[in-house]
Design a protein. Structure first.
Length: 227
């Protein structure tokens, strides 16, 4: 049976344009943790070097993953949505070192025997999966010293735990609904530590000063210890 969440995310894919051809610096690939263009830290947050392996949970149309592949990483992306992956395959066909799979994040992590130097998720599957299940599954597939990082919206004060996200379909249709998980930074810190992550940092990056959009970005990062 088809996962109803994949149809919801296919809808999202059809309403979103492909990533711009170049960013403000004129680069053809780049890493963006936030929902604002040309803003925030880049791939250095993952602590990777050429030849390292990296997994993107909910890679969407693959822009961040393609950047890591061009830097020389073995870049694996998974996504529930066939439409998102079709966009990634079309846009990044010329990029070597990029591997894409259609899967639920938890199912992929449970079935995979591979461990990674870094696992990340940009407004991706880690936002839309219960962290009580996602964090131990991610920790179990990181190499010692490997980094996990994820970004998403900061929580709305008082709206914590599992929340509903509405994906617009059309003027005469109900929106698709998916679940997401929001927590304040201190709760994320405690959850990562509970599941064995070290050097945990949780920050809210403010929106760019010049933007009329004022919502910042929550960036969560932790390291699997060396033992
Ligand atoms: C808001 S989009 C972000 C896509 C991409 N990371 C980006 O920054 O453009 C969320 C993505 O997560 C994927 N996703 C959501 N839940 C997932 C899950 N449980 N397993 C795998 N992918 C999932 C969706 O299909 C969608 O492509």
């Amino acid at each position: 049976m088809t996962d109803p969440r994949s149809a919801a995310w296919d809808t999202h894919a059809h309403t979103r344009p492909q990533r711009r051809t170049t960013n403000a610096k004129g680069e053809t690939t780049w890493f963006n943790w936030t929902q604002h263009p040309d803003h925030g830290p880049g791939a250095e947050a993952l602590g990777l070097k050429p030849g390292d392996s990296v997994l993107d949970l909910g890679c969407g149309s693959g822009g961040n993953l393609a950047h890591l592949a061009t830097l020389g990483m073995r870049a694996v992306g998974i996504d529930l949505s066939g439409a998102q992956l079709a966009k990634a395959r079309e846009r990044w066909a010329h990029v070597d070192g990029m591997e894409l799979h259609q899967s639920d994040a938890l199912a992929f992590l449970a079935a995979s025997a591979t461990s990674y130097n870094a696992i990340y998720s940009v407004f991706g599957a880690a936002y839309f999966t219960d962290p009580g299940q996602a964090l131990p599954a991610v920790h179990g597939r990181l190499l010692p010293g490997g980094v996990f990082a994820m970004s998403q919206h900061p929580p709305v004060e008082g709206c914590y735990g599992c929340q509903a996200s509405y994906i617009p379909r059309g003027p005469d249709e109900d929106p698709a609904i998916v679940k997401r998980w929001d927590h304040p930074p201190a709760v994320w810190t405690g959850m990562l530590k509970k599941h064995g992550f070290e050097d945990v940092t949780v920050t809210v990056l403010p929106a760019p000063e010049h933007s009329r959009r004022r919502i910042g970005t929550l960036l969560v990062r932790g390291v699997r210890g060396s033992s």
